[in-house]
Ligand binder design. Structure first.
Ligand SMILES: Cc1cc2nc3c(=O)[nH]c(=O)nc-3n(C[C@H](O)[C@H](O)[C@H](O)COP(=O)(O)OP(=O)(O)OC[C@H]3O[C@@H](n4cnc5c(N)ncnc54)[C@H](O)[C@@H]3O)c2cc1C
Length: 480
């Protein structure tokens, strides 16, 4: 007999699994279809984020940072020790353990909330029917009042550097190196390229990042991207801008790859022991939609949706990386919640203007709202307040004084329009800005709040005060 559900979700990434849990919590009979198998051939929930994305990359970033600190950062505290070494397989093993814990955690949450897991490949048919093909080839059809497509994304391949997951790897392969490559190339100076480049650079790899664009981190505020380029270069990342990769040749015997690229000086060659291709991700819609499903795809391959994630078929929604917008786990999850709330008849909406972006390098880079350049291009007059961590007592105590907080406010209304941070705990600090901005905070409001001392958060307080010339612990550029 055909199983019927109120909600069927295809994909158990942070978009799909959060949507499924929320739907079950709201009393909807829910199933979630997932096909991803771990190295042991077992179904693993959690999608890209938990298995090969956010979590494993942060695990390696934290391990490599601790190693770097132990090697270079402890002396200043008076801690002397010799001969710190790195056991790479142990580090990668720790990461695998965290991934397992979390993916099993999603299974437990499904169980606790009564979400039915259907293992296999899901395909949307006409009339809100979904075909599920198991790994054993068995096919079943389920029916749904509502279908949520959450099939996510996968790395983009480029013909000049085909991934072999040995010498040339994608982001997934770069999380699995069992030894530190001596010479590591990274194609793409985006979030993933910089994070993975930082991991292996901290462990001793000589890292060169080849970026086709002339501009570094074009989405970030210019002051932040300038500071980031300076700091990451000082840390040893060789970042080559305007470097367009044209070809590569793998020497299987020597286990190395020669990469050809062109830049302002003409044709160049460089040899690496490993090469990470991190040029972006594309939506996954392979075998997802039957020809008569009625769901349309836009010219860039994303499932076409409106602002509320409804597709062209009533009762069918799509969320996360497979639709327009930033490819971020928290954006996927919030879209999942919004869709389920709307299925229940509630009025839910996402404020797409206030989705924070984070790059987990050290220092971290994070922002919410608009950049100074974007606001000026829109003709908005702004006041800007900046506070450097070099003037923060807490940052000094931690010997982590690089970077700054920048608060941008409307010159007429004082409403905060952007918070940009490069520095320690930037990801956490920017969230405070996001909360304030959601409630329409002015720079004056932030300045009037009491912040604990000594905290890194005081840098946000001081930057907000600096917007109107009132910072206490630096000389104000703007006078009251
Ligand atoms: C190295 C790396 C680091 C990242 N770091 C961060 C970070 O720090 N913060 C952040 O916000 N984002 C980060 N991201 C991005 C983040 O992982 C994605 O934005 C997020 O996972 C998208 O969630 P999703 O649910 O849309 O899709 P996914 O997580 O991709 O999940 C989709 C799931 O659907 C399954 N699926 C696909 N098609 C079918 C089908 N037909 N049938 C059954 N199952 C199917 C897939 O197997 C997959 O499990 C990172 C990504 C990478 C690669």
């Amino acid at each position: 007999m055909t199983q019927k559900f109120d909600v069927v979700v295809i994909g158990a990434g942070p978009g799909g699994y959060v949507a499924a849990i929320k739907a079950a919590q709201l009393g909807l009979k829910t199933a979630c279809i997932e096909k991803y198998q771990d190295k042991e051939g077992k179904l693993a929930l959690g999608g890209t984020c938990l298995n090969v994305g956010c979590i494993p990359s942060k695990a390696l970033l934290d391990s490599s940072w601790k190693f770097h600190e132990a090697q270079d950062g402890f002396k200043v505290h008076g801690i002397n020790h010799a001969g710190v070494t790195m056991d790479v397989p142990a580090m990668v093993g720790r990461k695998a353990g965290i991934v397992k814990n979390l993916t099993l955690g999603v299974s437990s949450l499904f169980k606790a909330n009564g979400v039915t897991v259907l293992e296999g490949h899901g395909k949307l048919l006409a009339g809100k029917k979904v075909e599920v093909t198991g790994s054993d080839g068995k096919v079943q059809i389920v029916e749904a009042e509502n279908v949520i497509l959450a099939s996510g994304s996968r790395p983009i391949d480029i013909p000049p550097a085909p991934v072999d997951q040995d010498v040339i790897v994608d982001s997934t392969g770069a999380l699995e190196f069992q030894a530190v490559p001596k010479r590591l190339g990274v194609i793409g100076a985006g979030v993933i390229g910089l994070e993975l480049g930082s991991v292996w650079s901290r462990l001793g790899a000589e890292v060169t990042v080849l970026e086709a664009l002339d501009k570094f981190l074009p989405a970030a505020d210019e002051a932040v991207s300038k500071e980031a380029l300076k700091t990451l270069t000082k840390q040893g990342l060789k970042i080559r801008l305007g470097a367009r990769v044209t070809g590569s040749t793998v020497d299987a015997k020597k286990k190395e790859v020669e990469v050809n690229y062109t830049d302002a000086d003409g044709e160049q060659k460089i040899v690496f022991d490993k090469l990470i291709v991190a040029v972006g991700r594309r939506p996954v819609t392979t075998e997802l939609l039957a020809a008569d499903s009625g769901v349309t795809i836009d010219e860039r391959g994303f499932i076409f949706v409106d602002d509320q994630c409804a597709t062209s078929v009533p009762g069918v929604y799509a969320i996360g990386d497979v639709v327009r917008g930033m490819m971020l786990a928290h954006k996927a999850s919030e879209e999942g919640i919004m869709v389920v709330e709307r299925i229940k008849g509630h009025k839910a909406q996402i404020n797409y203007d206030l989705i924070p972006s984070v790059i987990y390098t050290h220092p971290e880079i994070a922002w919410v709202g608009k950049t100074e350049q974007a606001l000026k291009a829109e003709g908005v007059e702004v006041n800007v307040g900046t506070f450097p961590f070099a003037a923060s007592g807490r940052a000094m105590a931690a010997n982590d004084t690089g970077g700054f907080v920048k608060v941008i406010a409307d010159a007429k209304t004082d409403r905060v329009l952007g918070v940009h941070v490069i520095g320690p705990s930037a990801a956490e600090l920017v969230q405070q800005g996001a909360i304030g901005m959601e409630f329409g905070t002015s720079a004056e409001d932030l300045g009037m709040m009491v912040f604990s001392h000594p905290t890194l958060s005081e840098a946000l307080h001081e930057a907000a005060l600096a917007v109107n010339g009132g910072a206490i612990h630096i000389a104000n550029r703007k006078k009251r």
